[in-house]
Design a protein around this ligand. Structure first.
Ligand SMILES: Nc1ncnc2c1ncn2[C@@H]1O[C@H](COP(=O)(O)OP(=O)(O)OP(=O)(O)O)[C@@H](O)[C@H]1O
Length: 268
């Protein structure tokens, strides 16, 4: 971490810009014996795309769940679009949305029925037109009237993305948005997310194990390890700090406890 990063991580929520989309302040989550999230603080600017990286069990999903207001923090604070979570979630849930390939939609309902239910939950106006637009944008027309349980993994991922965009969210939280997609479809989904961000000045926070995806999409990367923030900067600055050409190599350095280029020389 640079001195600037350290200074910024010491700032309290009150010091940070009120226009931030997400503000996380000394957030902790304990599950019985496990400290899943260990006192993390960060602030995410509106209109940015931030990647949340880290190995299995680093605390990414728990962090996203607390930002959503789905998991109660043990201590610390979360504000989303200026509202305290989970206390003021009713004021903000309609302006955000979430996608994870690990959360299935009802299997027996068709894609159209599922999107209709979620659209009604979000009180989407002109829902039929919105579903038609998403079906066109995300290439769902071929299986719009097929049961969700009869879709391939890649088709389900595209439907999950349509569900996440149904209310035109200002804030989109994505857990592995291109899991199970072939490289061509994954690339196409990334282009769609970039275009959506630009068109709506939306804020996107995504957890990913795909380093090329993060390099391509993200303005900023937060690397977590054992519930803590190991690094937080632009992809270029992080790669320069670790003296690495790719985020994949940085990820391996962090996972294997090699904190910088000097340490790497010793390991060799
Ligand atoms: N509901 C739970 N009950 C108990 N422990 C949990 C629960 N959810 C997560 N944990 C633990 O908290 C830690 C962080 O898990 P989390 O799912 O947030 O990590 P992650 O970074 O998203 O990992 P992955 O990349 O594997 O999805 C892990 O040690 C995990 O076992």
């Amino acid at each position: 971490m640079t001195e600037n990063d350290k200074a910024s991580s010491r700032l309290t929520v009150a010091d940070r810009t009120p226009s931030a989309a997400i503000e996380v302040d000394h957030l902790v989550k304990d599950y019985k014996q496990t400290r899943a999230v260990d006192g993390i603080s960060f602030s995410i600017a509106r209109g940015s795309i931030t990647g949340l990286l880290g190995g299995n069990g680093a605390g990414k999903t728990t962090t996203i769940a607390m930002i959503m207001g789905l998991v109660l923090p043990t201590s610390g604070r979360v504000r989303v679009l200026g509202h305290r979570m989970p206390e003021e979630s009713a004021d903000v849930l309609g302006r955000m949305n979430f996608e994870s390939p690990y959360v299935d939609m009802p299997m027996r309902l068709t894609v159209r029925q599922n999107l209709t239910i979620f659209g009604k939950l979000y009180a989407v106006k002109d829902l039929t037109a919105r579903i038609a637009q998403l079906a066109g944008d995300l290439d769902l027309n071929e299986f719009l009237d097929r049961a969700n349980g009869k879709l391939s993994a890649g088709q389900k991922t595209r439907v999950a993305l349509a569900k996440a965009l149904i209310n035109q969210p200002e804030l989109l939280l994505l857990d592995e948005p291109t899991a199970s997609l072939d490289p061509d479809t994954a690339d196409w989904v990334r282009a769609h997310l970039e275009a959506y961000r630009k068109a709506h000045n939306a804020t996107i926070l995504l957890a990913s194990h795909n380093m090329l995806e993060v390099e391509r999409l993200c303005d900023r990367v937060i690397i977590m390890k054992r519930g803590r923030i190991e690094d937080d900067d632009t992809p270029d600055a992080i790669m320069a700090r670790y003296n690495r050409a790719t985020l994949e190599e940085v990820f391996l350095d962090v996972a294997r406890g090699r904190s910088n280029g000097a340490a790497r020389e010793v390991v060799r």
